[in-house]
Write a protein of this length. Structure first.
Lengths: 261, 288
């Protein structure tokens, strides 16, 4: 894997001015994400992990510090459609079929009709939803809707995938299944993925690097390079190496929490 | 047709109350006439006489049905006495006014949603426009349009209809165009979508349920506008004119029949809008 830096932040800070005074969502966050990384952001509510992800996506604007995506500003990267974003809710438009929803970014970006058809088909196969093109979102379960949402983010071949707790609303079994699928997808497509989660096992299972954050002000308390091999069956979650990493993450989280008491 | 039984029972109840009302209100005149002729009316006679008057205070249901039947089927369609002719005159103005009202309502809503300055300046005026009593405004519009040289009543009636129907469409569309969830707007932002693309792909489809809901109100308002436009100075054609002429020239049965014809017309128009709404819902994947 080459080590070009895809996303780089230096002393990134974001302060929201609210009626109750300033809220320091992010303070002096510095991080480099290399190409092909799978980086998880984990931390308690309010630690700024979603805000950080949104800064990468140019959906929030930092009040201090610098961020570059693919060597350019976050806004330029957004206009160049450099990433796909997956929200916590599937965000599928109810008046469009699944195929129509996946076509949405392709229509906006100006792909021609034949190209759109090919991409929709390919990307639905990738998430195991082949043949669901004509169905409407209300006909799919929550897990399937999230898979469709991921398919939509993959449709236009962006190299970066930003995922904000995409499996948060789903049950454990479905979550396991989707984690496996996401990992195999990552291996096949070699994208750079930034993944926000609440779940320690999920973060340890999926990532090459785990960033532990803590709130008030939002900052990075620990960056853990995962020693786990790239090929990971689900049973790896019962191995001692896995538990050791999970323990380290838990310590990092507790350390961050301790500051508030 | 699970709804048939409750609806029929309500209709039956209304008919009973109506007959009782007709009997009670027409009885006074019958007794008065009998007293003048020094006759005494028995109960049976009272009932028949109240139900068969030429100029009743309250027309009985069967009288209205007969007058309606006569008006619709008893004359040639081109005759000036035919309800079909008058119904068409009213319907024509209603539909033109409705179309104009939709254009104005949707057009203004699109501008309001995209421009803060227009939002703050136009909305208050739109609200104020609806507080002016239309019955006072209608004669002015009719007279003005004739003065400007426009022939006939169709244009002023359409304007009055549009005046009444644009407002529900405007208010609903402003809500509808603003209905998208911030997350959906963020999603389109990540695709680098332009404002035009956001409008056509997100705002407009999101606003359709609001749009069709407002159409039902708007078409009823448009019909009222057309009828009100037929009343002032020199009413000749249309259901509103028939109502006025009926009441002023001693033919209350025609007035009642015209009234019910207008009601039936309104009901039919709303039904049609409802059918279009359901078809659009199905096409847009709404489950209900």
């Amino acid at each position: 894997m080459t080590t070009d830096t895809v996303i780089s932040t230096r002393d990134l800070s974001l302060t929201f001015q609210t009626n109750d005074g300033p809220v320091h969502a992010l303070k002096d966050v510095s991080l480099d994400v290399e190409k092909g990384d799978f980086v998880s952001f984990i931390g308690p509510s309010g630690c700024g992990k979603t805000t950080f992800l949104r800064c990468m996506a140019d959906l929030e604007h930092p009040t201090a510090g610098a961020i570059t995506v693919n060597g350019a500003s976050a806004e330029e990267a957004r206009r160049a459609r450099a990433y796909g974003y997956v929200f916590q809710a599937s965000g599928l438009f109810p008046w469009r079929s699944i195929g129509g929803n996946i076509r949405l970014p392709l229509e906006i970006m100006g792909f021609d009709r034949a190209e759109q058809d090919a991409r929709v088909k390919r990307v639905l196969e990738l998430v195991d939803l082949g043949g669901f093109e004509r169905k409407f979102p209300w006909q799919l379960s929550g897990g399937m809707q999230q898979r469709a949402s991921i398919a939509r983010a993959l449709a236009f071949d962006a190299d970066i995938l930003l995922m904000d707790e995409p499996f948060g609303a789903l049950d454990e079994i479905v979550r396991d299944h989707l984690n496996e699928q996401l990992l195999s997808l990552w291996e096949r497509t070699e994208k750079t993925i930034c993944f926000v989660t609440h779940s320690i096992p999920e973060a340890v299972y999926l990532s090459t690097r785990i960033v532990v954050m803590s709130p008030r002000p939002g900052r990075i308390t620990d960056v853990i390079e995962s020693p786990l091999p790239k090929e990971r069956p689900l049973d790896i979650r019962d191995t001692p190496e896995f538990l050791e990493v999970a323990h380290r993450v838990r310590e990092g989280l507790r350390g961050g929490h301790g500051d508030d008491d | 047709m699970r709804n048939a039984l409750p609806v029929l029972s309500v209709v039956a109840a209304i008919l009973v109350i109506w007959y009782l009302a007709a009997f009670w209100m027409n009885a006074a005149w019958v007794r008065d006439q009998a007293a003048r002729a020094d006759r005494h009316t028995g109960f049976a006679e009272l009932v028949t006489e109240t139900m068969t008057q030429d100029r009743p205070v309250v027309a009985a249901p069967h009288q209205v049905v007969m007058a309606l039947w006569k008006g619709v089927f008893g004359h040639k369609i081109t005759s000036k006495r035919s309800f079909v002719y008058h119904g068409w005159v009213t319907l024509e103005a209603t539909l033109w006014g409705f179309a104009l009202g939709i254009v104005i309502g949707v057009g203004l809503a699109v501008i309001i949603v995209h421009s803060r300055a227009v939002d703050m300046s136009v909305m208050p005026w739109a609200v104020i426009s609806q507080t002016v009593p239309i019955v006072a405004l209608a004669p002015m519009i009719v007279v003005l349009s004739n003065a400007v040289g426009i022939e006939g009543r169709l244009v002023p009636k359409a304007i009055i209809s549009a005046y009444l129907s644009f407002f529900p469409v405007l208010v609903s569309m402003v809500s509808g165009l603003r209905a998208p969830h911030p997350m959906q707007l963020d999603l389109l932002k990540t695709y680098g979508a332009s404002r035009t693309q956001v409008f056509w792909k997100l705002r407009l489809p999101s606003s359709l349920p609001y749009f069709f809901a407002s159409l039902k109100v708007a078409i009823a308002a448009s019909l009222i506008g057309a009828i009100v436009g037929e009343l002032p100075t020199g009413a000749i054609d249309g259901l509103g004119a028939r109502m006025l002429i009926g009441s002023q020239f001693g033919q209350p049965l025609i007035m009642w029949a015209a009234l019910f014809a207008a009601t039936i017309l309104a009901g039919a128009l709303i039904l049609v809008v409802g059918v279009i709404q359901r078809a659009a819902d199905r096409r847009m994947g709404v489950t209900r």
